[in-house]
Design a protein around this ligand. Structure first.
Ligand code: ADP
Length: 679
C-alpha cells in the first residue's frame, strides 16, 4: 500500500528523519518505535500528509502523495486515512457527539445514519453517556476514546495512532488495542508507541527509528499496487455553515463588538458623504432664496501702472449708462442710478416710534415680487404694486421682534445736504413704511434686511425739487434730474449703476465672474453664495483626512477583531484540515465569520443612517440655521446608482479580506501539524 523511498524531513539544520525507505502491506498493525526524539511522530505525520517531506517520495497505491492537489489531499484525508493524535486534538467547544460526527458530516453523508454510527461507536467504547458533554470537560482517558471513535467512524483504509493508549487505564488499553488489532485484519493500522509490551503483543511488524534513521524494517514488505481512486467530494455547505454558525455564536461578544465598530465606521462614511452632498444641494436650492440674488452693481475699473513698481493703482470710475446698456445688451436687465445717498443702505430707524440699531435697506425692482418664480413670502404678503408705503423684511429682521413684526411702522429720517458750485440745498427725507410681509432668505451670513421698491423711491425723488440748485442752474432740477446728470458728483450718485437682472439670466451672470465687457460686476448675494460654497468645500476637504483616519481605525479594529477570533480558532482550523477540510472549506468557515460581521454592520449602518442623517441635520440646523444639511445620496451619486450602498459593501469586503483572508493565508503556509502538536 505504502512505498516510501529515501524519505527525509529537515527542521532548520537538523534532520528529524533521513534516508528512510520501506514498504507497507494493505493490512496489519505496524508499530513505529524508537526513543523520544527519534523521529516517530515526524514519520507518522509525513505518512498521513500532515507534513510535507523535505526529500524522498511517499507512494500510496501507486500515487505520489506530495503531488496531490489541495482538493485531492483533503479528499485523501477525509476518506482514506484517520488519525488518533497523542494529544487527541478534539474540538474543545463542541460536544462529544459533534466531534465524532464531524468527519462524516464533512463528507455530506446522511445525518441520521451518521448519528446511528456515532452512537454505536461511543457505546462500544463506553462513552455514550457523555455524548452531549463538551469535550473540554472530559478526562484524558475519555478524550482518548472519543478521539478513537472519531477516527473509526469514517471506516478508513489506514488508521494512524500516535500513542493511542497513552492516556488509558489497563482495562481500556486492552479494549482499544484489541479493537485496533481486530481492525488491522481489514485495514492498515500504523501506531507509534513506546510501550514494548503492547508492541510485542499486538504488532505484526515494527519500524524502529534511531536518530531519524530506520534501523529495522517491517517483515512483510509485500506490496500491492492498486491504483487509488480519489473522487472529487461535494462540499457539504450545510455542515460548513453549521460550524460557521457555531463559531459565530461562541464568539458572540467579539462579533458584537465588530458589528458595533463596523456600524460606527460605515455610518461616519455615509454621513460624511451625506454632508458633502447635502450642503452642496442646499446651496443649489438656497442660493436663489434672496431678494438680492438678481441685484448687482456695475462700475468701471481703471488700472494705472506705477512706473518702477510692481504695484498697480485701481480707480473706480462711473461708466455712462449707454456703456452699461451696450455691455449687457444680451441680458434682460434694468439699470438704474444708485440712490443710496438719499436712502442709505445701512441706517438707523424707528420701529413704532422706538429707536433701533441700524439695519440694511435694499431697493428691489418689483416689490410685488411678480417677476420672481421662487416663493419668498413666509408671513404676510407682498404689496400689490410699487409703493413706498410698504416694506418686506427678512426672517433675521423678524427675529429681532420675536416674530411679531407684521404691521409695524418703520421710519427712516434723513437729513441731507447737496452742494453744487455755490448753491446748497438742505432736505429732510422722511420715509415711513409698514411691514407687509416676511421673506425667507438663504440664512448664511444673513443680517436684518428690509426691502423697498426702487421705482417708488425714484418717483418720490423725482418730485423732490432742489430749490437752490434749480435757481443756480436756471431750470427745475429734481433729485433724480440731479443724479442722472452726466457730470453729477459721485458723492451723491456713486460710481456704480444698480442692475436688476431677471432670475432666468442669473446662472449666466454667475458664470461671467467679476469682469464683463470692460465693466466690473459685484453682487452681495453671489459673493455670499461663493463664500458658502468655498466654505463647504474647505470643510469637506478638511473632513477627508479625518475620515480616512477614522476609516483606517475602524478597518483596523474590525480587522484585528476578526484576526484575533481567527487566531483563537487556529487549532480548530488545523483539526478540520486533518479531518479533510480543504482550503476552500476553511475560507468559507473563517472568512465567513468576518464577512458576516462586516455585511451585518453595513446593512445596519445603511438602515441606521436614515434616521441618523435626520438627527444630524436637526442638530446642524440648531447650530447653523441651515436645514437638511445632511442628505445621503442613496439613489445615485456621481452618476452611479445606489452609490452609498455599493460603496459600503465594497468597503466591507475590503475589510473582510484585510481581517480574515490575510491571516488565513498566512496560516495556510504553515504546516498544520505545528498547531496539532501543541497542547
Ligand atoms: P519522536 O516522536 O520520536 O519523539 P519527533 O518526530 O517528534 O520525535 O521529533 C524528531 C526530531 O525532530 C526531534 O529532535 C524534534 O525536536 C525535531 N522536531 C520535530 N518537529 C519539529 C519542528 N516543527 N521544528 C523543529 N524541530 C522539530
Amino acid at each position: 500500500m505504502y512505498r516510501v523511498t529515501k524519505l527525509g524531513k529537515q527542521y532548520g539544520d537538523t534532520w528529524a528523519l533521513k534516508d528512510v525507505s520501506f514498504s507497507l502491506p494493505d493490512i496489519g498493525l505496524i508499530a513505529i518505535k524508537g526513543k523520544s526524539g527519534s523521529g516517530k511522530s515526524t514519520l507518522l505525520n509525513l505518512l498521513s500528509l500532515l507534513e510535507k517531506p523535505s526529500e524522498g517520495t511517499i507512494e500510496f497505491e501507486g500515487n505520489e502523495l506530495s503531488r496531490l492537489s489541495d482538493k485531492k489531499r483533503s479528499e485523501f484525508l477525509s476518506s482514506t486515512t484517520s488519525f488518533v493524535f497523542q494529544h487527541f486534538n478534539l474540538i474543545e467547544d463542541m460536544s462529544v457527539l459533534e466531534n465524532v460526527e464531524t468527519p462524516l458530516l464533512f463528507r455530506g453523508e446522511n445525518k441520521k445514519e451518521i448519528r446511528i454510527k456515532a452512537e454505536s461507536l461511543l457505546k462500544k467504547y463506553g462513552v455514550l453517556s457523555l455524548k452531549e458533554k463538551m469535550v473540554g470537560v472530559l478526562s484524558g482517558g475519555e478524550k482518548q476514546r472519543v478521539a478513537l471513535c472519531r477516527a473509526l467512524i469514517t471506516n478508513p483504509k489506514v488508521l494512524f495512532a500516535d500513542e493511542p493508549t497513552g492516556a488509558l487505564d489497563k482495562e481500556n488499553e486492552k479494549i482499544v488495542m484489541d479493537d485496533l488489532k481486530a481492525l488491522s485484519k481489514k485495514i492498515l493500522v500504523i501506531m507509534v508507541s513506546h510501550n514494548e509490551k503492547i508492541i510485542e503483543k499486538y504488532a505484526d511488524s515494527i519500524l524502529e527509528l534511531s536518530d531519524g534513521r530506520l534501523i529495522s524494517k517491517p517483515l512483510n514488505e509485500k506490496h500491492h499496487s492498486m491504483p487509488m481512486e480519489v473522487k472529487a467530494r461535494k462540499r457539504h455547505k450545510s455542515f460548513l455553515g453549521w460550524i460557521l454558525n457555531h463559531n459565530y455564536k461562541k464568539n458572540i461578544l467579539k462579533n458584537g463588538l465588530s458589528i458595533i465598530s463596523g456600524v460606527m465606521g460605515f455610518c461616519s462614511l455615509l454621513l460624511s458623504l451625506g454632508f458633502y452632498n447635502g450642503s452642496n444641494q442646499k446651496l443649489a436650492e438656497e442660493k436663489t432664496s434672496s431678494l438680492l440674488y438678481t441685484s448687482a452693481t456695475i462700475c468701471k475699473r481703471k488700472v494705472y501702472e506705477i512706473e518702477g513698481s510692481p504695484l498697480k493703482l485701481n480707480r473706480l470710475i462711473k461708466p455712462t449708462i449707454e456703456e452699461v446698456e451696450t455691455a449687457f445688451s444680451e441680458f434682460d436687465a434694468r439699470f438704474a442710478v444708485d440712490l443710496s445717498f438719499f436712502m442709505p443702505v445701512s441706517t438707523a430707524f424707528d420701529c413704532n416710534g422706538f429707536e433701533e440699531e441700524p439695519a440694511e435697506f435694499h431697493p428691489i425692482f418689483d416689490l410685488s415680487l411678480k417677476d420672481r418664480t421662487t416663493s419668498f413670502v413666509t408671513k404676510g404678503k407682498a404689496p400689490s404694486g410699487d409703493t413706498l408705503d410698504y416694506v418686506l423684511v427678512n426672517e433675521e429682521f423678524e427675529k429681532k421682534y420675536g416674530g411679531d413684526i407684521l404691521g409695524k411702522i418703520i421710519t427712516v429720517n434723513n437729513q441731507i445736504q447737496i452742494t453744487e458750485d455755490n448753491a446748497t440745498d438742505t432736505l429732510t427725507l422722511n420715509y415711513s413704511f409698514r411691514v407687509l410681509g416676511v421673506v425667507h432668505e438663504f440664512a448664511f451670513l444673513n443680517t436684518p434686511k428690509a426691502f423697498y421698491s426702487y421705482p417708488a423711491l425714484e418717483s418720490f425723488l423725482c418730485k423732490k425739487r432742489l430749490e437752490n440748485i434749480s435757481k443756480a442752474r436756471g431750470r427745475d432740477v429734481s433729485i433724480i434730474d440731479f443724479v442722472n446728470d452726466e457730470n453729477a458728483d459721485p458723492d451723491y450718485c456713486g460710481y456704480s449703476y444698480l442692475a436688476f437682472f431677471s432670475e432666468s439670466d442669473m446662472p449666466r451672470i454667475e458664470k461671467l465672474g467679476s469682469e464683463y465687457n470692460g465693466l466690473t460686476i459685484s453682487s452681495d448675494a453671489l459673493m455670499i453664495n461663493q463664500s458658502f460654497s468655498s466654505l463647504i468645500n474647505a470643510f469637506t476637504t478638511c473632513l477627508i483626512p479625518f475620515l480616512i483616519i477614522s476609516i483606517i481605525g475602524v478597518a483596523f479594529i474590525l480587522g484585528s477583531l476578526s484576526c484575533s477570533s481567527f487566531l483563537e480558532r487556529k487549532k480548530q482550523a488545523a483539526i478540520l484540515t486533518s479531518l479533510g477540510a480543504s482550503k476552500e472549506d476553511l475560507s468559507f468557515i473563517y472568512e465567513g465569520e468576518g464577512l458576516m460581521n462586516v455585511l451585518i454592520s453595513s446593512v445596519i449602518s445603511i438602515a441606521v443612517s436614515f434616521p441618523a442623517q435626520k438627527l444630524l441635520s436637526m442638530f446642524l440646523e440648531g447650530k447653523v440655521g441651515l436645514s437638511n444639511l445632511v442628505r445621503i445620496p442613496f439613489s445615485s451619486f456621481l452618476g452611479i446608482p445606489f452609490f452609498p450602498i455599493i460603496m459600503t459593501v465594497v468597503f466591507a469586503l475590503v475589510i473582510a479580506i484585510f481581517g480574515s483572508s490575510i491571516p488565513l493565508n498566512v496560516m495556510a503556509r504553515k504546516p498544520v501539524v505545528e498547531e496539532l502538536r501543541d497542547e
